[in-house]
Design a protein around this ligand. Structure first.
Ligand SMILES: [Zn+2]
Length: 279
C-alpha cells in the first residue's frame, strides 16, 4: 500500500465561523486538508453527544480526527490528587475520542520535579497501565493514547523516553519535531528520528510540526522551547522533513501547530506536492 500523508491544523482553523469543532471540520474539508486535532488543552468541555456529532461530520467529509488532552496534566506529581486528576482528564479526553472516532489522544505526560528520569518513567508507566485498564473496562479500545515529545528540559518526554514507554505499554508516540529541535538546542536529524520511531513498527504516525523559538540552557548545548512560529521561520525547516518522510514511504498525519494553523497546513501541502506527492 502506498504511503498516506494527512495534513491539518491543531484546532479550529483561523478562518472558521462560527467557532465550533463541527464548523472546523467542515473548513478543513473545504480547504482540501485531511485532518484536524480537536483541542481540549484548557479542559475537556465537550459532551459525549457533541463528540459523536463531530465524529459523524468528520466521517462524512473524510476528515481524520485526533484530540489534544489538557495541558494541565502531571503524572509525575508527588501529590496523589494531582495524578488522579490528571488521569481523569486523560480518561475524559479518551472517552470523547472514542465517541468521535479519533485515532489518538495526544498527552503531555508531566514534569520531572525532583525525580530522576527513571523514576519519572516508572510513574508515567504505572499511570498508563492503570489508564489502559480503566479504558478497557469502559469499552474504550480504538483510540490510542499518544505520548508527546516535549520541548523543555523540565518536562518528561525526550524521544528516548517516549519510544521506550511505547515499547512497554500499549501507547504510541506523538513526535513534535519543533519540541525536539528546541530541546536539542536548535539541532535536529529527521532521518534519525524517523528511523528510531520505525523500530515501533507503527502503520501510521501522528506528528506535530511548526517553527519554534527557543532559549539556550546556560553551560549546555541544549535548549527550552519558548513559542511556536510559522513554517516560514524555517527553524526547524519543513522541506527536509517532507523529503525524509517520502523517502521512507512513511504514512503520517502532520498537525500544524503554527500560529496560522491551517494556512501552514496548506503550505506543507504545497511542499509535498512540489516533491511529487499527490493528495
Ligand atoms: Zn502538545
Amino acid at each position: 500500500m502506498a504511503e498516506k500523508i494527512l495534513l491539518g491544523p491543531a484546532g479550529i482553523p483561523t478562518v472558521t465561523k462560527p467557532r465550533s469543532s463541527v464548523e472546523g471540520v467542515k473548513t478543513v474539508a473545504g480547504l482540501g486538508l485531511q485532518a484536524i486535532e480537536i483541542q481540549f488543552v484548557r479542559g475537556v468541555n465537550m459532551s459525549l453527544e457533541a463528540a459523536e456529532e463531530v465524529g459523524r461530520v468528520a466521517k462524512k467529509l473524510n476528515v481524520e480526527l485526533s484530540i489534544h488532552a489538557p495541558y494541565y496534566i502531571n503524572l509525575c506529581s508527588e501529590k496523589k490528587k494531582t495524578v488522579e486528576e490528571s488521569k481523569q482528564r486523560i480518561l475524559d479526553s479518551a472517552t470523547r475520542g472514542e465517541k468521535m472516532g479519533a485515532h489518538i489522544v495526544v498527552i503531555h505526560p508531566g514534569y520531572y520535579g525532583q525525580l530522576t528520569s527513571e523514576k519519572a518513567f516508572k510513574m508515567v508507566e504505572e499511570s498508563f497501565q492503570d489508564l489502559l485498564g480503566r479504558l478497557r473496562d469502559e469499552g474504550v479500545g480504538k483510540v490510542k493514547l499518544g505520548l508527546e515529545t516535549m520541548g523543555k528540559q523540565s518536562q518528561f518526554g525526550t524521544l528516548d523516553e517516549i519510544i521506550q514507554l511505547c515499547r512497554e505499554v500499549d501507547c504510541v508516540p506523538n513526535v513534535d519535531f519543533a519540541h525536539i529541535f528546541a530541546r536539542q538546542g536548535g539541532k535536529i536529524d529527521y532521518g534519525e528520528i524517523l528511523d528510531r520511531v520505525a523500530e515501533l513498527k507503527l502503520p501510521h504516525l501522528h506528528v506535530h510540526f511548526s517553527g519554534i523559538n527557543w532559549t539556550p540552557v546556560k553551560g549546555t548545548d541544549k535548549g527550552n522551547e519558548k513559542n511556536h512560529l510559522e513554517i516560514k521561520a524555517n527553524q526547524p525547516p519543513f522541506e527536509p522533513l517532507a523529503r525524509e518522510i517520502l523517502r521512507r514511504k512513511v504514512s503520517a498525519t502532520i498537525i500544524s501547530e503554527s500560529p496560522i494553523l491551517e494556512q501552514d497546513s496548506l503550505a506543507m501541502k504545497r511542499i509535498f506536492e512540489k516533491l511529487g506527492y499527490k493528495f
